[in-house]
Design a protein around this ligand. Structure first.
Ligand code: XIL
Length: 362
């Protein structure tokens, strides 16, 4: 009898421990019960690392190739498309029941040398861009559910940035405002009428000149029947006092005109030491609050059902190189894949939301 009790006690303690450690619901499990997507950027060359893939598949139901679909990697020469690493990520997502966001089709940066130095005329560029969009979106038709069609086309004042696609020399729409952007959306829609098409932008998250210009552009496009379905707010947060009320208000106004909002590239950069560890441990709590608030404000707005972070482990986040070593520790898992307070904050925000019927995407 005594022995049995002891055994039962052991089993009970054992299962509590197991459920606390091993069987705690992952982000994607909690999100799935609520019909939401929680995603991350990922890199194909890291799929060979076991801890990387285990965490990616366990925690996320959405994946976005961080660099593998950009022009430099997918269109390395005038007549060459290279889908190898993009295909690896899309296949990984399929095997693990994850959706895929595509990033990105039109951007003035990270372009291959052959294109930048090609001295192409506007009509040649028009043909090159149309072919690129048609081939890339066509290749992933039915496999990529949402595309960032145009990325970072505006400066901080909300003016269109000069670029090879807009006006240097452009695809033939220079002087016609956002017409080149609209054209890209039409080509993408023709290539995959089922894909959701997004305009994706940095530093237009809160209420400011840039987000006003984005709002005006997408409202105009929507009114005129341009195939645009949403706005991606990148959400690279570099200071610990972001205008969270402004972000919530901007999410609301975009969704009120019938567009979706995806948080597409969230990270919250902290001051770090030479090893990349946060200088002040209290910053981890502040970081968690910011992740939690943005998630809560998104998910409490109908039309904002997707949050994605720009990488998931500090081991591979782009922030340290982008800030020349000054900032880092920006993601929700540390360099050893241990969940940080920001991870717990995201999960508890998700948990507090009402459950719905299981998402069809799982
Ligand atoms: C960054 C990647 O994270 C880096 O690995 C790469 O070297 C440069 O691009 N906005 C975007 C992303 O839309 O494509 C950028 O990604 C980060 C800023």
């Amino acid at each position: 009898m005594q022995v049995c009790k002891g055994f039962a006690h052991f089993v009970l303690v054992g299962s509590v421990v197991l459920s606390g450690v091993l069987f705690a619901q992952s982000l994607r499990e909690v999100a799935q019960e609520r019909g939401l997507l929680v995603g991350t950027a990922a890199r194909a060359y890291l799929l060979s690392e076991q801890q990387y893939t285990a965490t990616l598949a366990r925690e996320y139901n959405l994946l976005e190739p961080e660099n593998d679909l950009k022009w430099q990697s997918i269109h390395p020469a005038r007549n060459t498309f290279d889908f190898v690493s993009g295909d690896q990520l899309v296949e990984f997502a399929r095997l693990h029941n994850m959706e895929v966001r595509g990033h990105c089709l039109v951007w003035g940066r990270y372009l291959p040398q052959w294109l930048q130095d090609g001295h192409f005329t506007s009509s040649q560029l028009r043909a090159i861009l149309q072919e690129h969009i048609t081939k890339v979106v066509g290749h992933y038709k039915g496999k990529i559910y949402a595309w960032d069609v145009v990325n970072e086309a505006m400066d901080e004042k909300g003016q269109l940035r000069p670029s090879i696609w807009f006006d240097q020399p452009g695809i033939g729409e220079a002087g016609h405002g956002t017409a080149y952007i609209e054209q890209a959306f039409r080509w993408a829609h023709e290539a995959d009428p089922g894909a959701l098409l997004f305009y994706n932008e940095a530093e237009g998250e809160a209420m400011n000149a840039k987000s006003d210009a984005i709002y005006a552009m997408v409202r105009d496009m929507k009114r005129r029947g341009v195939p645009i379905h949403g706005v991606g707010l990148q959400m690279h947060i570099l200071n610990l006092k972001p205008d969270l009320d402004g972000i919530a208000a901007n999410i609301r106004r975009l969704t009120e005109i019938g567009l979706q909002v995806h948080i597409t590239e969230m990270d919250v950069a902290l001051p770090v030491d030479a090893e990349g560890r946060q200088r002040d441990p209290a910053d981890l709590q502040r970081q968690a609050e910011i992740y939690g608030r943005v998630a809560a404000d998104c998910f409490s707005t109908p039309g904002c059902t997707t949050i994605q972070t720009w990488g998931f482990t500090d081991k591979y986040s782009w922030i340290r190189s982008w800030t020349r070593g000054n900032k880092g520790s920006a993601t929700v898992f540390d360099g050893e894949y241990r969940p940080k307070p920001a991870y717990q904050a995201l999960r508890s925000v998700l948990r507090q939301l009402p459950q719905s019927t299981p998402a069809s995407t799982q």
